[in-house]
Design a protein around this ligand. Structure first.
Ligand SMILES: [Zn+2]
Length: 422
């Protein structure tokens, strides 16, 4: 009875999510098409019509591709759950491994392999057709597959021990297993924040300290002005994979660093680089990173408490196409982890705009910080170049943007920065 109700609720949320996403995408495409014929007045002197139209075509192509993957992912989700895919998979594995930890780890690994195999043709298409068509792909096929192998090995090396720890807690730590798991998970997240920039990212890219002496002096001056101590200013060979340019920060404490893509560095003037850096420093100084981590920890505590409850509810399994009593003498811990990971996004999708809203608020704050410590006009001209080079649309549908975008639309950001100049 409960399980049927839960199945119906699950399907309703899937349908609702699909409808909202298709509706937003079609609005977005229509909006971009409508504005394709002319560069918006405020950018007319800075961006060529050809670049504007390329951005429109690129945006539309990516949005359509997003709809295709959405449709496929939804089919896969339903296949794994309501159509009994996970149930079938677990029976096959159980017959091979028998009960115990080996079964649980094998189930998680098999699921990861199957999902990876389904994603692969889409990733390949995106890189070598879509990105290629717009001149952004710089990757050889060899590098693509080398990344795939490296990423999978790394995923197994990190994921399997972590899964073993979590499954052991689930099996042996009693009713409060979810609380202990949360502690382990939080510790793991912090560890990854240190390991990602220092150990993992260098497996895929080369990071070299910024060499240009005059630029370095300029940047060190800025860091002193805003009171920021870090030796971590790196240039990453992003051009190895893509022509897209970017700058980002990562890590915390002694491991914090700011990374410039070589593609971006090559395009910007020294004062523009300084302005972009000031924006990134703003994220640090205004504690955006700490805030994000705190929110992330609080949310994972809530989700794990929920999982602690769902684990003991037969309707949660039955309602998602899994018989919790199918395997005699075997706990369903790995299964409930999979089910939870699969269905959680369906129920949280509609909260996405809240995350986007916070993120955009932080972007405005970081822009204001940059305007205060450098010349806002330099950030404006850097942003214009970044939009043009990345073929980001200047005319997103406002609702689509409010729902998904972590950064405010270019025109809004630039208008705000121009106010700071006056
Ligand atoms: Zn930012």
């Amino acid at each position: 009875m409960y399980s049927l109700a839960f199945s119906i609720l699950f399907v309703s949320f899937i349908v609702l999510t699909l409808l909202v996403r298709f509706w937003l995408a079609s609005r977005h495409i229509r909006h971009v098409l409508t504005h394709r014929s002319a560069v918006p007045a405020e950018f007319a002197e800075k961006i060529r019509l050809a670049a504007h139209q390329k951005a429109a075509d690129y945006t539309i192509a990516r949005t359509k591709f997003g709809l295709l993957t959405l449709a496929v992912n939804t089919l896969v989700l339903v296949g794994f759950t309501l159509l009994g895919g996970l149930q079938w998979l677990s029976l096959q594995i159980f017959q091979a491994t028998g009960p115990g930890m080996a079964y649980q780890l094998a189930l998680l690994a098999a699921f990861a392999l199957i999902s990876g195999a389904i994603d692969l043709p889409f990733d390949y298409y995106k890189q070598f057709k879509l990105e290629q068509r717009f001149g952004f792909n710089k990757m050889s096929k060899g590098l693509f597959f080398a990344d795939l192998v490296k990423g999978s090995l790394l995923g197994a090396a990190i994921g399997l021990p972590l899964a073993w720890v979590v499954l052991t807690l689930m099996g042996k730590a009693g009713d409060l297993w979810w609380l202990y798991t949360w502690m382990v998970w939080s510790g793991f997240q912090l560890l990854m924040m240190v390991l990602f920039p220092t150990v993992i990212a260098p497996l895929f890219n080369k990071f070299t300290p910024l060499e240009d002496q005059s630029l370095k002096a300029r940047i060190e001056g800025l860091m002193q002005r805003v009171g920021f101590a870090s030796k971590g200013l790196f240039v990453m060979d992003g051009s190895k994979r893509s022509a897209h340019g970017n700058a980002y920060f990562s890590g915390f404490g002694a491991a914090k660093r700011i990374v410039f893509f070589d593609t971006l560095l090559a395009r910007l003037q020294p004062q523009e680089i300084e302005a972009v850096l000031a924006h990134e420093l703003g994220h640090f100084k205004l504690k955006h990173i700490v805030k994000r981590v705190v929110v992330m920890f609080a949310m994972s505590l809530g989700f794990l408490a929920l999982l602690g409850f769902l684990k003991t509810q037969p309707w949660f399994y039955d309602g998602l196409g899994v018989n919790p009593l199918a395997l005699p003498g075997q706990s369903n811990d790995a299964m409930v982890l999979l089910l939870f990971m699969l269905v959680l996004p369906v129920f949280t999708f509609l909260f996405g705009p809240l995350t986007s809203l916070t993120s955009r608020k932080h972007e405005f704050e970081a822009d204001a910080f940059a305007a205060k410590h450098t010349d806002a006009r330099d950030l404006v001209s850097a942003l214009v170049k970044m939009y043009e080079d990345n073929a980001s649309t200047l005319t997103p549908d406002p609702l689509h943007s409010a729902f998904y975008d972590s950064h405010p639309p270019a025109s809004v950001r630039i208008r705000q920065l121009n106010l700071a100049v006056q």
